[in-house]
Design a protein around this ligand. Structure first.
Ligand SMILES: C[S@@+](CC[C@H](N)C(=O)[O-])C[C@H]1O[C@@H](n2cnc3c(N)ncnc32)[C@H](O)[C@@H]1O
Length: 893
C-alpha cells in the first residue's frame, strides 16, 4: 500500500525485515501525535480525556503488512472518493465499509487515545500468525464500546474469537479492570437492533461521523427505499435504504448457529420496510413527534449540559482560566420547542427513486402451481399471466395480485442451514438450473424463529427464481417484490416486473454478494411524474464474473453479456412501463393526499397533475402508468459494498439525465447526484428554509447563502429564484452533483456569474466540488473579502444552510461555521435528527473551547417534516441563531 501524503508508515524499526507489533506501536504513537494536528479527523481532547470526534486516527497492523496512519480526514464517510492510498480502503484498492467491522463492548468509558490504541494492539500480541490488520478504531466519547475496522472480512471472525476466548482459561480478554470484553461482528449488531437499527450503546454503530449506513460514507440518503446493495453513500439520507442494507449485511454474515428462514407474508414485508403502515397518518405523525422530542431535542439539551459539566470539572482542577455558566435556556420547560411534523403532501407512492436488489426469490413449490412465479410482482408461488403493456406494442407478462399467494405461504419455513440459503443461490444456480432449481427443506432441525409466529411446515420444496426487489430479511431471506409496499409508486413495480421477466430468461445469474459470483447486482430507478422522465441504472459485476468466480475461472459471461444488455434495453424501452397489479392491504390502495391548496385527492396522480400543470407540464401521466424509460445506464462494479457517486457509469440509451420540477425551478439529475426522494415533500422542506431566511434578512441583495452539502443546488437555486438571497455559494463532495448544480443554475436563468433574477436581485452563483471539511475555511475567507454583487459593501449578511448526509457534519465544518461570527443564522436540514444532528447541535451550542471557538449558537426553531410516510424516518429543519454578545457576556465568569 502507498501511504497517503502526510501519513505515517510503520518502519521496520528493529530491522527484522517486517513491521511487527513493536513497529506498529511506534507508528501508533506517531499517528496519535498526528491526530492533534489542525485539520485532523478524530481529535483527542486531552482535557476531556476522551476521543472527541470518535474517530481515532490509527492503523494497527499485526502481521507482515505495513502499518499506516490516517490522513486525518474522515474518509469513512460514504462520500469520499476511493483512492488507493486511502489507508482504510480495502487492500486491493476497493473501498469496503460493510462486514469488516468488529464491535467490542465493556471498554472503559474514558480512555486516552494512546491507551486505547495500546490496548487494542495488546489484544493481538501472541496472535501474529492470524494476520489481523486493524485499519481503523472508532470510539464514541463516553461510551463503553469501540468499533474496529479490519483490512479484510476474513479477519473479522478470528479477531472476535481472540477477544472472546483469548483471555486466561480460554475466557474473554478483560478491560484492564477485570471486566470481560465482548466482541461481535458489527453487522450482527445491526441484525439484533431492529428497533433502533445501527445504534449501539446509544450511539450510532456506524461511528459518529458515519452511517448510513448506511455506508459511511456510507450512508445513503433517501430514507425509505428499503433496499440494498448499492448505496449512494453520502449522497443524502435514505434511512430505509440504510435499514435495508443493514438487514442485508447482517444476514449475509455466516452465523454460528443455524437459523430458520421463513417466507414472509405481504403484511410482514410491509412491517419490515414500512413499519408504521398499520397506523393512521395522524398516529404516524404523533409517533414521529414523540421521537423528535425525546430522541432529538432532549438529547441535545443533555449533551450540552454534559459539556458544561466537563468544563466545570476542568475549571475546578485549574485546567481552565476563564469559565462560562450553563445557559438559562437549558433549564426552561421546552428548551427546544419542537413543532408537530408537517405532513408529506403524498402519503403513499411518494418515492421518486427506488433501488432493487437483484437476487433470488424463494418460491415454494405447491403441487398445484408448478412453474409459477416468473414475475417479480407475483406473490410467492403464484401464476404469471399475460398482460398488455400500456402504450407499447408487445405483450409483456404482468402479474396477478400477489398478496394472497404470499399470505398462503406465510407460515412456511425453510431451514437456513448454510446450504440452501439465498446467499449461495448464485453458486448453486450456476451449477444447476437458474430459474427453478428445487430445494428440499429438511424437516429436521427446524428451529423456532423470532420472525415466526406459526409452526414450520416440514418437507416444503422451494425453487429459486432470479428476481429484483427488496430483502426484508437480508440476503438469506431472498428477494421480495415491491408490490405490497405502499410507498412504492406503480412505475417502480412495473420496472421490477420487466426485470423479473428478463432475469427469468437470462443465462447470466444474479450476483451473490457472499461468494462474489454472478453478475446482475441491483437496479436503481429514478422517475419524475412531473416531466414523465425515467432513468434506469443497472449495477453489475464484470462480465467475467465476480472476484470469487475468477479465482477458480469458472464464470465467464463475456460471450453473452453484450447481447443480454441489449435484450434488457429493448425490454425497457419497447413501450410505456407496464401497469403492475399491486398487492395493497385491503382498503388502503386509495389513500387520500393533500394537494397544494389543502384539499384531499384520491391519488398521487391527481396531486401530480395539479402541480405539473402549475409548473407548465402537460403530461397526462396517471400514477406513472404512461411513463416510458428515457435514460439507461449500466455501471460495472466489483467492490464489496457500493460504488461511490463518482464511480464511472456507461450511458447506453436516451438522455443523459432526467429533469425534475421543484418549486419554480427545473433541475437536471445525473446518475451520481443526490436528489430528495420525495419531490412534493422537498417543496415543503425548502419552503421552510425560505421562511427561515426571510426572517433574518430584508435585504436580499446583501444576503449570501452558504449551501453546504448542496447536491444539485436545489436549496440555493430555489432561494435565488424566490429572490430571498442575492448570492449563493454551494459546496458538495460529489462531482456529478456539482456539475448538475452548475448546469441547473444556467437552466434556471442564472447564466453568468451575475444575473438579475425574476425579482430584480443581482444574483451570483458559485458551486465548488470538494469535501466541505477541506474547502470551507477557504470559502469563508473568500466570502469575507469580496464585495457583495450589486452593492459596494463587503459586509454580506451570511446565512448558512447545511444539509449533510446521515453522517452529519465533519468536526472541521462545525468548527468553521461556529468560528465565523458573520454567520448569524444557521439552518440545519437533517435526515438523521436522532443521530448526528444531536452531536453536531451540541458542538454548535456548547460553551466555546479551543477546539470550538466562537460565540455559541442557540437552537431557536425545530420543524420536523415527514418526508417518508409509513417509515420511522423524519426530516428535521433546526434553526440555530448566534447568541448575542450581550447574552453571551452574561454567562461569562
Ligand atoms: C442529503 S444530501 C442534500 C443535498 C441537497 N441539499 C438537496 O437537498 O438535494 C447530502 C449531500 O451531502 C453531500 N456530501 C456528503 N458528504 C459531504 C462532504 N464531506 N462535503 C460536502 N458534501 C458532502 C452528498 O454528496 C449529498 O449531495
Amino acid at each position: 500500500m502507498i501511504a497517503p501524503e502526510g501519513s505515517l508508515v510503520a518502519m521496520d524499526d528493529d530491522g527484522d525485515g517486517a513491521a511487527n507489533v513493536a513497529d506498529a506501536a511506534s507508528a501508533i504513537d506517531d499517528a496519535a501525535k498526528c491526530c492533534h494536528d489542525e485539520g485532523g479527523g478524530g481529535e483527542w481532547d486531552e482535557k476531556k480525556g476522551s476521543v472527541d470526534d470518535d474517530d481515532v486516527g490509527v492503523i494497527i497492523g499485526i502481521n507482515d503488512a505495513c502499518v499506516e496512519a490516517e490522513d486525518g480526514v474522515d474518509n469513512n464517510s460514504n462520500n469520499n472518493n476511493n483512492t488507493n492510498n486511502d489507508p482504510r480502503s480495502h487492500p486491493d484498492g476497493r473501498f469496503d465499509h460493510t462486514s469488516r467491522k468488529v464491535v467490542v463492548h465493556n471498554i472503559l468509558k474514558y480512555m486516552r487515545q494512546r491507551e486505547l490504541q495500546k490496548m487494542v494492539t495488546s489484544w493481538l500480541i501472541g496472535h501474529e500468525t492470524r494476520n489481523i490488520v486493524i485499519v481503523n478504531i472508532k470510539k464514541p466519547p463516553r461510551d463503553n464500546w469501540v468499533k474496529l475496522t479490519l483490512a479484510s472480512e476474513t479477519m473479522v471472525d478470528p479477531l472476535v474469537e481472540i477477544i472472546n476466548t483469548g483471555g486466561s482459561d480460554g475466557k474473554a480478554m478483560t478491560n484492564g479492570r477485570g471486566r470481560p470484553l465482548f466482541a461481535k461482528r458489527a453487522d450482527e449488531m445491526f441484525l439484533n437492533n431492529n428497533n433502533d437499527r445501527g445504534r449501539v450503546g446509544g450511539a450510532v454503530a456506524g461511528g459518529g461521523h458515519n452511517d448510513d449506513n448506511g455506508r459511511k460514507r456510507k450512508e445513503r440518503d433517501d430514507p425509505d427505499d428499503g433496499n440494498v446493495d448499492a448505496d449512494e453513500s453520502g449522497r443524502g439520507g435514505d434511512p430505509d435504504r440504510r435499514d435495508n442494507i443493514k438487514r442485508n449485511r447482517s444476514s449475509s454474515t455466516p452465523s454460528s448457529s443455524p437459523s430458520v428462514m421463513r417466507v414472509l407474508s405481504s403484511d410482514e414485508v410491509r412491517d419490515a420496510i414500512t413499519p408504521l403502515w398499520r397506523m393512521t397518518y395522524e398516529e404516524q405523525l404523533d409517533s414521529k413527534m414523540r421521537e423528535m422530542v425525546n430522541k432529538c431535542a432532549k438529547v441535545i439539551i443533555k449533551e450540552i449540559k454534559f459539556k458544561f459539566k466537563v468544563l466545570e470539572r476542568e475549571s475546578k482542577r485549574g485546567q481552565r482560566k476563564s469559565s462560562i455558566k450553563p445557559y438559562d435556556w437549558l433549564n426552561q420547560l421546552r428548551a427546544i420547542d419542537v413543532n408537530r411534523p408537517i405532513p408529506s403532501p403524498l402519503r403513499t407512492e411518494y418515492r421518486n427513486k427506488c433501488e432493487f436488489t437483484i437476487g433470488y426469490r424463494m418460491v415454494p413449490v405447491d403441487r398445484g402451481e408448478e412453474g409459477a412465479g416468473a414475475g417479480v410482482g407475483a406473490g410467492v408461488g403464484e401464476v404469471v399471466e399475460e398482460g398488455v403493456r400500456e402504450g407499447g406494442n408487445s405483450a409483456m407478462p404482468t402479474t396477478t395480485g400477489g398478496g394472497d399467494a404470499v399470505d398462503d405461504v406465510a407460515s412456511t419455513m425453510v431451514k437456513d442451514d448454510g446450504v440452501a440459503t439465498m446467499a449461495e443461490a448464485g453458486v448453486v444456480a450456476k451449477e444447476g438450473n437458474d430459474d427453478g432449481e428445487i430445494l428440499k427443506n429438511a424437516s429436521t432441525n427446524i428451529q423456532s424463529s423470532s420472525l415466526s409466529s406459526s409452526p414450520p411446515t416440514p418437507n416444503v420444496e422451494f425453487r429459486r427464481v432470479p428476481a429484483a426487489g427488496f430483502l426484508p430479511q437480508g440476503w438469506n431471506g431472498g428477494v421480495y417484490p415491491p408490490h405490497p409496499l405502499q410507498n412504492m409508486p406503480d412505475w417502480s413495480c412495473g420496472i421490477a416486473d420487466i426485470f423479473n421477466e428478463f432475469l427469468a430468461t437470462s443465462p447470466i445469474p444474479p450476483y451473490d454478494s457472499r461468494a462474489h459470483r454472478g453478475v446482475w447486482r441491483s437496479v436503481t430507478v429514478r422517475c419524475s411524474l412531473r416531466t414523465a422522465e425515467c432513468m434506469v441504472i443497472v449495477l453489475h459485476a464484470p462480465a467475467t464474473g465476480g472476484a470469487g468466480a475468477r479465482d477458480d475461472g469458472s464464470d465467464d459471461y463475456t460471450s453473452t453479456f453484450e447481447d443480454e444488455k441489449g435484450r434488457l434495453v429493448d425490454m425497457l424501452i419497447v413501450g410505456a412501463i407496464p401497469t403492475p397489479r399491486r398487492d395493497y392491504p385491503d382498503g388502503r390502495a386509495n389513500e387520500t393526499h393533500t394537494t397544494d391548496d389543502g384539499t384531499e385527492t384520491p391519488s398521487p396522480a391527481a396531486h401530480v397533475k395539479k402541480s405539473g400543470s402549475e409548473g407548465g407540464n402537460n403530461n397526462d401521466v396517471s400514477r406513472g402508468g404512461g411513463i416510458r424509460v428515457t435514460s439507461i445506464y449500466f455501471q460495472e462494479y466489483e467492490g464489496l459494498s457500493l460504488p461511490t457517486p463518482d464511480h464511472p457509469v456507461q450511458h447506453i440509451y436516451g438522455k443523459k439525465y432526467i429533469e425534475e420540477k421543484l418549486g419554480k425551478c427545473t433541475f437536471q439529475i445525473s446518475p451520481g447526484a443526490f436528489f430528495q426522494t420525495n419531490t412534493e415533500g422537498a417543496e415543503v422542506l425548502y419552503n421552510i428554509v425560505l421562511d427561515r431566511i426571510r426572517e433574518v434578512t430584508s435585504d436580499p441583495q446583501r444576503t449570501l447563502l452558504l449551501d453546504v452539502c448542496c447536491g444539485t443546488g436545489t436549496i440555493g437555486l430555489t432561494c435565488l429564484k424566490e429572490g430571498v438571497v442575492g448570492a449563493l455559494v454551494g459546496v458538495d463532495i460529489a462531482e456529478p452533483a456539482i456539475a448538475d448544480a452548475r448546469l441547473n443554475a444556467e437552466r434556471n436563468g442564472f447564466h453568468d456569474e451575475k444575473t438579475a433574477n425574476d425579482t430584480g436581485v443581482v444574483a451570483t452563483t458559485r458551486f465548488v466540488a470538494s469535501a466541505a471539511e477541506k474547502i470551507l475555511p477557504e470559502v469563508m475567507r473568500d466570502i469575507s473579502s469580496k464585495v457583495v454583487p450589486g452593492t459596494t459593501t463587503t459586509e454580506p449578511i451570511v446565512v448558512a444552510v447545511v444539509d449533510p448526509a446521515r453522517d452529519g457534519l465533519h468536526g472541521i465544518v462545525v468548527r468553521t461555521l461556529r468560528a465565523n461570527e458573520r454567520i448569524q443564522r444557521l439552518i440545519y436540514v437533517s435526515c438523521n435528527p436522532v443521530g448526528t444532528l444531536t452531536r453536531d447541535a451540541a458542538m454548535l451550542c456548547c460553551a466555546p473551547t479551543n477546539k470550538y471557538p466562537g460565540r455559541p449558537f442557540k437552537p431557536t426553531r425545530s420543524q420536523p417534516v415527514d418526508m417518508f410516510p409509513m417509515t420511522k424516518h423524519c426530516e428535521m429543519v433546526m434553526t440555530f441563531d448566534r447568541m448575542s454578545m450581550e447574552e453571551y457576556e452574561k454567562y461569562q465568569t
